[in-house]
Ligand binder design. Structure first.
Ligand code: BMA
Length: 324
């Protein structure tokens, strides 16, 4: 490995070697999708979901749309990060700030900072989408914090440590519908309550991401910079197409882009990515990675219907960004 991952080892993460016929930086798990609606009763779909090492296994927060088509998030646990036990009921909060309602919840991310697991998601507030935040230590008791921003906002993604003494979050200001625009910004907070220092990180660029971009998994700290995997959307004649992209951000000032791949990392290709409630969607929300081997597993929503995993090496992805 040329680049060093600054993070924990994760020797028990799922892994498959690159198939012989694959020349891409990411390859799909051969048994995808790993999670379908059958994991939760009265469920329509389980997709855009986040996982993280926890105890002697893994925990996660899953987007489960129910058969009323309400968007909800559920906690879950796994020994191997492939077979998941997902709580049948949506997660609720032991405490919430006064006056802050929780109408709908989707596209969760999970970030460990010190001893806390911080959940961010797109939170319905007075029917408007913005970024919700909650804390847990055990994935059973969750305490809701203030929403990070005014509506409209989506894709709130925390950095896994403070930067220059401040919590840092990427987000994507948007509108109330299926937003046809959107760039990635960064904001800072001393206390996870008050957010400021808002700066632009990246605008849309190449054709595959020309409509909008949004941060995906928690950025991975490496000796080369923060590795950010994000989604990039193209508007085709028959609707949006969601790809994965990747960029490297400066470790001390992540609003500075060091390098950005001009080619997508992964595009909808398999039947479970192409067919579903929303066709042609690959939507990354989490990674597991092992600092010893450089292995990476990306968890992503497929066609707004099921959840898949793709594998790669952090080193290869950084070379791919720099060389493409
Ligand atoms: C976005 C979000 C995602 C979804 C995507 C494709 O606006 O709603 O949850 O995966 O659209 O439908």
């Amino acid at each position: 490995m040329n680049c060093k991952i600054i993070g924990d080892k994760c020797p028990d993460m799922p892994w498959e070697e690159r198939p012989a016929n694959c020349d891409r930086p990411l390859w799909r798990y051969s048994k995808n999708p790993i999670i379908t609606k059958n994991a939760v009763p009265k469920c329509n779909s389980i997709f855009n979901s986040a996982v993280i090492p926890f105890g002697d296994g893994f925990a996660g927060v899953f987007r489960c749309d129910n058969d009323r088509r309400q968007m909800r998030i559920h906690a879950g646990f796994s020994k191997d990060a492939l077979n998941w036990e997902i709580e049948p009921e949506p997660l609720t909060f032991a405490s919430s700030p006064a006056g802050l309602n929780f109408e709908y919840a989707y596209d969760p991310r999970v970030c460990k900072i010190d001893d806390d697991y911080i959940i961010t998601w797109c939170n319905g507030y007075e029917s408007y989408p913005t970024i919700g935040i909650a804390k847990t230590r055990d994935f059973k008791k969750f305490d809701q914090l203030e929403n990070a921003f005014l509506p409209f906002n989506r894709n709130g993604v925390m950095f896994p440590r403070k930067i220059n003494g401040m919590y840092a979050m990427l987000s994507r200001p948007s509108d109330n519908g299926h937003t046809p625009f959107g760039d990635i910004f960064i904001s800072y907070s001393p206390d996870l309550k008050f957010w400021g220092g808002h700066r632009l990180v990246m605008k849309t660029d190449m054709p595959w991401e020309s409509t909008k971009i949004g941060a995906g998994p928690i950025p991975i700290e490496t000796s080369e910079g923060w590795l950010l995997i994000y989604h990039g959307v193209l508007t085709s004649c028959s609707g949006y197409v969601y790809h994965f992209g990747a960029a490297l951000l400066d470790l001390d000032d992540p609003s500075k882009v060091i390098a950005r791949g001009q080619r997508y990392l992964l595009a909808p290709e398999t039947p479970y990515e192409r067919y579903g409630d929303v066709p042609n969607v690959c939507f990354p929300c989490a990674t597991l990675c092992d600092s010893e081997t450089g292995r990476l597993a990306v968890y992503y929503g497929c066609a707004d219907t099921v959840t898949g995993v793709a594998f790669g090496y952090v080193d290869d992805i950084i070379s791919y960004i720099k060389n493409n």
